[in-house]
Design a protein around this ligand. Structure first.
Ligand SMILES: [Zn+2]
Length: 269
């Protein structure tokens, strides 16, 4: 399926705003036999063409970074500004899920409508949040804040798959959280899929292994098939937290080296 001839391909960027160290055994259910570092990067993504600018996820704040002991590099708002985007004017933000590292700086987007899966809002406000096993990835103030956004009619609810704009769609995957959604975007190299936490690292989807923060393992594993079906190739799928993304894709300019990469061109190596 290709979008109509009038749909302009989107530019797509990953913007890195934080990082943290971890060991390989931390990142897989069942651990890992190799005793080695496997750090996580934290990203927001920017999708734009001549018609529109859409931000995907909003990262966390400096305060939460300090409390959760993450290495904070810049606010997502600052990262977006480096690409010429003023977060206060952004009209549409796709929230892949409501975990703290994907929604936390929502107050920097005062003009935005937030696109969320029905299942994610129900999950983040429902019975499973009684358990630290499931609530530890959420900041209750973020969840309460998003409920306030519902009352201001600033949340667009999706059930399953939905087109946000021509050439830009979301698909519910679940797994990691009950309402996790991925994003499919039409670019000059074809259909790119921003997996977000449907695959934290390349290794998860490539080897059918699972990240330990999970609501439904079955949906997580099925999700790898959904990603592959939606993308033009494995090289068109962008994992949510893998530092390899910064290595495989080029920076948009020398000044943005280590800060942002272009995902609408083929990866190298
Ligand atoms: Zn995440």
């Amino acid at each position: 399926m290709t979008p109509s001839a009038t749909t302009e391909a989107y530019e797509v960027y990953a913007i890195r705003y934080a990082t943290r160290s971890a060991r390989r055994r931390d990142n897989f259910i069942g651990g890992d036999p190799h005793d080695a570092d496997m750090p996580l990067d934290y990203y927001v993504w920017l999708v734009r063409n001549a018609q529109r600018t859409v931000v995907i996820d909003m990262g966390f704040t400096a305060e939460v970074a300090q409390r959760r002991k993450r290495d904070y590099l810049r606010t997502p708002r600052e990262g977006l500004a480096l690409l010429g985007v003023d977060s206060t004017t952004v009209r549409d933000v796709i929230v892949t899920h409501l975990h703290y590292d994907h929604v936390g700086s929502y107050t920097d987007f005062p003009a935005a409508r937030f696109h969320i899966q029905d299942d994610e809002m129900a999950y983040a406000t429902g019975r499973y949040m009684r358990h630290s096993r499931f609530n530890h990835g959420y900041e209750v103030e973020d969840v309460v804040g998003m409920v306030r956004m519902v009352f201001k009619d600033r949340v667009a609810f999706n059930t399953g798959s939905a087109e946000v704009a021509p050439g830009l769609s979301v698909y519910r995957i679940g797994g990691h959280t009950r309402g996790l959604q991925c994003v499919r975007v039409f670019t000059r190299r074809g259909w790119v899929v921003l997996a977000s936490d449907a695959s934290h690292f390349y290794e998860h989807m490539e080897q059918t292994r699972c990240f330990p923060t999970v609501f439904n393992v079955g949906e997580m594993v099925d999700g790898y098939e959904i990603l592959k079906r939606l993308a033009d190739s494995m090289d068109h799928i962008i994992p949510g937290h893998d530092p390899l993304v910064m290595k495989r894709y080029p920076a948009p300019s020398a000044q943005l080296e280590g800060i942002a990469v272009c995902l609408d061109v083929a990866p190298h190596g």
